[in-house]
Write a protein that binds this ligand. Structure first.
Ligand code: SF4
Length: 700
């Protein structure tokens, strides 16, 4: 049934487009919502989304701050899903936006729209408790778990009797990952047949949380999830037979906060395995220190010895890898810095195959073989499945080690990363240098419509013009840079401006007399300027840095000033979680917040609390991550200009994000201060300034 809100006779063209337009009109259905104000830009965006869905066309749409993007895609999305019996998959980057959609926007639309629709959050399978595995883990706990882990299992069991949805987010204190891994739902171990209506489990009145969630998901008109899960599901084989659609049959996709799509996709298309992961899986089979594990339970002496061998081989392999990486780093530094400086590495690029001998994949293969043998000797079907799942996991780890050592994919960059509190965890990583190739094939060749949106996707017209004059580029619109990066160059793109009056709401100050940020005098000048501008707005300022150390130094220097003025200054990284810092900042209108990377984007402080955004330095990325370095090299290899094609666009987009923190509502007012005078002294500087909305400027 097609539901139309307008008279068929008045309806020229499609119902979806016309209905959407009507809902967003001054007296339309949306006007019944609390705080509604008609915004032509919102209506424009909603109609563009409706058009794309109706015509099954992909769309890249930038909608400036204040447009009310989420409603502008949710409403046409709901109409399209319900009227055409499709499923909307809505993906966001941040948990904040997911909460806004599921706790505020969608419940409000359920009250306003005269049609019935359902929505659900989509979480990864391993978020859900598997009651069948829990039951088995309890039976086998004495052989599988240490006493403290048994205690944790008891806590999970008590929780399972009270939880609503049986998912991790229902815990007040997160469970120990080792114990949770034993009881969470797992693809290879899941059999709805065994846990179905007539199973022993169901006779005992047990609930399968995962199957319950799954049936909600399959019947929901709208699913909300995050980009990480979206791209991992995109890489997985589908459960359903019919492979039409992107994640589900007959679905369509809306990706909000789309400026993050490229790097999230690249993480998930690539591979990463850590020493901790290999150890964890082997120790689940047999932990020689605690004498626990599945092979211990099965009393298989030969198998436990082979696991011990593999664990020893694993420890040795990662030790050797660390030594080889230290040597590689030293030789790379002596070339780069002419022996003057040795840096401690965190991510180290490995440019050729065989950095060390492969002493790990054979012991892992032996474990796989013994898993098969043990499987033959076991009657219990659950244990058979558990052994098969281990075989699959260890097989995947083995493949990843092989891939890394042989560097078998030419279009990938390979690196070793150190992590953990004392940097003792090593991981092997690979990621595609050009994620666009993969997304073009996997995402944009789908016939289901895909809409990508964000407030910051476009470069300034000026930069696009400069890039378009370069021989390798055909960039003729401000959104083409973003589209090209993610393989969406053939996709229709639209820009919708912000409804805010920046001429009245924002003023830009540029500190023209600042020393160049690369000079030593810059630091002292920065202290003086931050002090001056914080005083000017009497606090209420975000001071955005690109470097952690510089941020701490300036914070230290200004300690006395803040005490004297009675202004609280919060510095990121001082042990206070980001969300608490933000809450405190919003409550205390005179407070000042010093932040790096994560405060440049995705932070929303409407109202008077934030009236001053100070950009200490233009946010050029340091090309020290192997993936960034490889991307730059690949541009240079085809005689491209890596600065113009990569460093500059990335910095301009981040600059726009930073400035965008200031004005969040029509009644917000404030100043933006740029303390990097390269916006005036360098030729590229005007590109940064051009990328901002038109507003009064003062150079001081
Ligand atoms: S259906 Fe799967 S998740 Fe549910 S209880 Fe059975 S095995 Fe566990």
């Amino acid at each position: 049934m097609v539901i139309s809100f307008i008279d068929e006779e008045q309806n020229s063209g499609s119902n979806l487009i016309a209905d959407t337009k009507l809902i967003f009109s001054e007296n339309g259905l949306l006007s019944k919502a609390k705080n509604f104000e008609f915004r032509a830009e919102q209506q424009h965006m909603a109609v563009e989304v409706a058009k794309s869905l109706e015509e099954s066309q992909h769309l890249v749409i930038e909608a400036g701050t204040g447009v009310g993007k989420s409603l502008a895609y949710l409403i046409p999305g709901i109409l399209y899903a319900v009227n055409y019996n499709k499923k909307a998959v809505i993906s966001t980057h941040t948990i904040n936006l997911q909460e806004q959609l599921t706790e505020k926007d969608l419940p409000m639309l359920k009250q306003i729209l005269p049609l019935d629709f359902s929505f659900s959050m989509l979480k990864g399978r391993s978020n859900y408790l598997c009651t069948r595995r829990l039951q088995r883990a309890r039976q086998q706990s004495a052989n599988l778990l240490t006493s403290s882990e048994i205690e944790e299992l008891r806590r999970i069991t008590d929780w399972s009797n009270e939880t609503n949805d049986g998912s991790l987010s229902d815990f007040e204190i997160m469970p120990d990952p080792k114990v949770w891994d034993l009881v969470c739902s797992e693809r290879g171990l899941c059999s709805s047949k065994l846990c179905g209506h007539n199973s022993d489990l169901s006779k005992m009145g047990q609930t399968c949380f995962y199957q319950r969630a799954r049936s909600r998901i399959l019947s929901a008109d709208l699913l909300v999830l995050n980009h990480s899960l979206f791209f991992s599901l995109l890489g997985e084989e589908r459960d359903d037979e019919n492979n039409e659609g992107v994640l589900f049959n007959n679905d369509f996709v809306i990706l909000d906060e789309a400026h993050n799509v490229g790097h999230v996709a690249s993480k998930h298309i690539g591979m990463s395995i850590s020493s901790g992961q290999v150890r964890f899986n082997l120790q689940r089979l047999w932990n020689s220190k605690t004498g626990k594990g599945l092979f211990g339970l099965l009393r298989s002496g030969r198998a436990t010895r082979l696991v011990e061998d593999a664990e020893n081989a694993m420890e040795q392999f990662f030790d050797e890898l660390e030594v080889a990486c230290d040597e590689l780093n030293e030789s790379q530094c002596s070339v780069k810095f002419n022996n003057r400086k040795r840096t401690i590495w965190k991510e180290l690029r490995v440019r050729s195959s065989g950095i060390i001998d492969d002493s790990l994949t054979l012991p892992l293969q032996r474990v796989r073989e013994v898993l098969l043998q043990v499987r033959e000797e076991v009657d219990d079907s659950d244990t058979v499945q558990e052994l098969a799942e281990f075989n699959r996991r260890i097989g995947e780890l083995r493949e990843a080690v092989l891939m890394f050592l042989s560097q078998s994919s030419n279009d990938h960059v390979y690196w070793v990363e150190r992590s953990g509190k004392s940097n003792t965890i090593l991981s092997l990583n690979a990621a595609p240098i050009d994620v666009a190739v993969h997304l073009r094939r996997r995402l944009f060749q789908c016939s289901s419509p895909i809409v990508l949106t964000s407030a910051t996707l476009a470069l300034s017209d000026l930069q696009s013009r400069k890039l378009s004059s370069m021989p390798q580029n055909k960039l003729d619109n401000p959104l083409e840079y973003f589209s090209t990066q993610i393989g969406a160059e053939m996709v229709r793109s639209v820009q919708v401006g912000s409804p805010f009056d920046y001429e009245k709401q924002m003023k830009l100050y540029i500190a023209g007399k600042m020393p160049d940020p690369r000079e030593t005098e810059f630091r002292d000048a920065l202290v003086a300027q931050v002090r001056y501008f914080v005083e000017l707005s009497d606090g209420g300022a975000f001071v955005l840095f690109t470097n952690f150390k510089l941020m701490r130094d300036i914070g230290e220097e200004l300690k006395g000033f803040f005490i004297e003025k009675g202004i609280e200054c919060m510095i990121q990284g001082n042990g206070v979680p980001r969300s608490i810092m933000l809450e405190r900042f919003k409550r205390d209108e005179r407070s000042v917040l010093f932040g790096t990377d994560s405060f440049w984007q995705g932070v929303d402080v409407p109202g008077d609390a934030l009236r001053n955004v100070i950009i200490t330095r233009l946010p050029f990325m340091v090309p020290d991550h192997p993936l960034v370095e490889a991307q730059i090299e690949s541009i240079e290899a085809r005689d491209g200009n890596a600065f113009m094609e990569f460093s500059l666009p990335v910095a301009v987009l981040k600059f726009r994000q930073g400035v965008g923190r200031l004005i969040r509502t029509k009644s917000d007012n404030g100043i933006v201060v740029v303390l990097d005078n390269r916006v005036l002294t360098k030729r590229y500087g005007e590109i940064f300034l051009h990328s901002l909305p038109s507003c009064p400027k003062e150079v001081i």
